[in-house]
Write a protein that binds this ligand. Structure first.
Ligand SMILES: Cc1ncc(COP(=O)(O)O)c(C=O)c1O
Length: 308
């Protein structure tokens, strides 16, 4: 991913502040111990202003992640949605990537984050491709030796900052091996997901993905893909995925806010299909892109329009 371009302002603790003023102290609990929660959200140019995709679902998931770590956000989901709209509008963004983030701030070195104040921010920057060329040409992935975190230690569906050291290890290994991203197994040995995206398989005309009990983040894009596939009349199956399922798939793709719908063209040197994005992946991707850009009125409830 290319480095982000600075925006003018960041929403921080209830106010829009200049980018360079949105600072925190190195002693913050969230920096020491990773005790923060976050979201990744995208907005798109509809040709008639920006629209944020499934904003409320993202803010609800942020609230659930925060509740898990007993981190009081101090703002309702409704207030955070309004703040996200405000930060996109104030920065005059259309195609943007938004990063809501809340963490325990500076108070003490005690592990128990008692009495730590909470800092909350929403950053928005111009959006770009997460895996360069991935959505158009497909990504190359490797099966990671790093297993996905398990619910018995850290709940995989909670988007907490510290949990992502797991994904960092996997993606570092993947890049070292010369691939674009990792495919992570769970502790049972089934396939879980990518370092920051859910996995879909296409086999004999069916669209197949795993569920939260496979140690995945319950992706909002995953949920959208399932609905879009059903609406397009494609059979959808939700079941555990084995490595064999991956190796014998007709098509494979990642779904996620950052990667959007990214076809996978190769797994550890094994070419998927004919090595180009498959027909169902292409149909789902085209439909997804039309929906997020506001071209399909039936899905309007997924969009939060940003008034100019
Ligand atoms: C590990 C992981 N899996 C899956 C996803 C996809 O989730 P979503 O579609 O809600 O962005 C993400 C991104 O949030 C992620 O970090």
């Amino acid at each position: 991913m290319a480095p982000f371009a600075k925006a003018d302002v960041i929403w921080m603790n209830g106010a829009l502040v200049p980018w360079d003023a949105a600072q925190t102290h190195v002693s913050a609990h969230g920096i020491q111990y990773g005790t923060g929660v976050f979201e990744g959200v995208r907005s798109y140019d509809t040709g008639n202003g920006a629209a944020i995709f499934r904003l409320e679902a993202h803010m609800r998931r942020l609230a659930a992640s925060a509740a898990f770590y007993e981190l009081p956000l101090g703002y309702s989901t409704e207030e955070l949605c309004a703040a996200a709209v405000e930060v996109v509008r104030a920065n005059k963004l259309t195609n943007a990537y938004l990063r809501p983030l809340a963490f325990f701030d500076s108070y003490s070195f005690a592990i128990w984050p008692r009495d730590c104040p909470v800092t909350i921010a929403i950053i928005a920057v111009p959006g770009g491709q997460y895996i360069q060329g991935g959505p158009d040409h497909g990504a190359r992935v490797t099966v990671s030796t790093i297993r996905r975190i398990d619910a018995s230690t850290l709940p995989p569906s909670v988007k907490a900052c510290g949990h992502y050291t797991n994904s960092v290890r996997a993606v570092q290994e993947a890049i070292r091996r010369g691939y674009d991203d990792a495919l992570m197994l769970n502790t049972k040995g089934d396939v879980a997901e990518g370092s920051g995206a859910n996995l879909f398989i296409v086999k004999n005309g069916a669209v197949i993905t795993n569920d939260v009990d496979a140690s995945i983040v319950a992706g909002i894009t995953r949920d959208a893909v399932i609905q879009i596939a059903r609406d397009l009349g494609m059979p959808v199956v939700v079941k555990p995925l084995s490595l064999m399922d991956v190796e014998t798939a007709d098509e494979l793709f990642f779904s996620g806010t950052a990667v959007e719908i990214t076809p996978i063209k190769e797994v550890d040197g094994r070419v998927v299909g004919d090595g180009t994005p498959g027909p169902l992946t292409r149909r789902l991707q085209a439909s997804f892109l039309d929906i997020v850009r506001g071209k399909v009125p039936a899905y309007d409830s997924w969009l939060t329009r940003v008034a100019r």
